[in-house]
Design a protein. Structure first.
Length: 172
């Protein structure tokens, strides 16, 4: 019974609006690159974008939580603050995976992505200058499955909060 209730609540989020709210949490932005582009990522170095899919993992534990942080990444800004802002100048995210789990999960999420089939690291240190992760940005030649990612996370972390997968129908 609980499974069907959770499934109904999950599906209803697509018809009644986003369950994303200003609470803290962890997220993964999914970007699709259609052509090659050379980007300078601040002092970190050069990112040579290739056609394919990029997944960036971050956290939002500051003011406004997930809603504010994801909103920031989806709009054009005047001054880059994070590494992802340099990428967001060129690409708009087309999907987000997120959780309102009160525990910082971005390092675990990053580890799961790093071991996913077809994953590579396009620029070491991207988004991870404040932690020991090799990177928080991963490249895939084809789109990774959000559902597979969600299953891997829940299999590896006891009591992890629900992970939502949301496609952006508009580009901002």
């Amino acid at each position: 019974m609980a499974y069907w209730l959770n499934y109904y609540v999950y599906l209803s989020s697509f018809t009644t609006g986003s369950p994303m709210h200003p609470s803290p949490g962890t997220y993964a932005l999914v970007f699709t690159a259609k052509r090659k582009k050379r980007l300078i990522i601040g002092k970190l170095g050069t990112l040579n974008l290739q056609p394919g899919v990029y997944v960036y993992v971050g956290s939002a534990f500051g003011p406004g939580g997930l809603k504010a942080r994801i909103g920031h990444h989806r709009k054009i800004i005047s001054r880059n603050h994070w590494h992802i802002d340099f990428l967001s100048e060129y690409l708009s995210p087309d999907e987000v995976w997120y959780t309102h789990d009160p525990i910082h999960q971005e390092h675990h999420w990053s580890k799961v992505l790093s071991h996913a089939a077809g994953a590579s690291i396009p620029l070491p240190g991207f988004g991870s200058s404040d932690c020991r992760c090799i990177s928080h940005l991963y490249f895939f030649s084809s789109r990774p499955s959000g559902n597979y990612f969600r299953r891997k996370i829940h299999a590896g972390v006891d009591n992890h909060a629900r992970i939502f997968i949301e496609k952006f129908l508009d580009k901002n």
